[in-house]
Design a protein. Sequence first.
Length: 130
Amino acid sequence: MSQLDSLTPPDDHDCNEHGFTFNGYQREAHSMACYDGESYPWLALAEEVGEVVTFQSKKERGDDMITRYGSEGNIRNALVKELGDVLWMVSEIATQRGISMQEVANSNIHKLKIRRQENTLKGSDEHDRS
């Protein structure tokens, strides 16, 4: 039994009419993991986040994104792919630590709701009280 199997047992709820559930995605994504050692997703996450940030930095410096990518649709598709790489790395890190992506998502929404209630969503409180 893999570490992911112990997080969430496989069932018919890995997908719904909108695609994968968080845990379904995690299970499917992990099945494609092909790296040795534990550090790869941790280190590669920074690289992938940098690629996502590059989209905005290119726009900010005035790059002609249409010339670079060909169309707004291609720009969007390239960003979707990079965001997917970030998601995969986060999912792998969670899997390594025995954390389900559903738990990550639920915890994040809970934290954001608390911050909204405390009027700290805009970063006025730098301390994480989770």
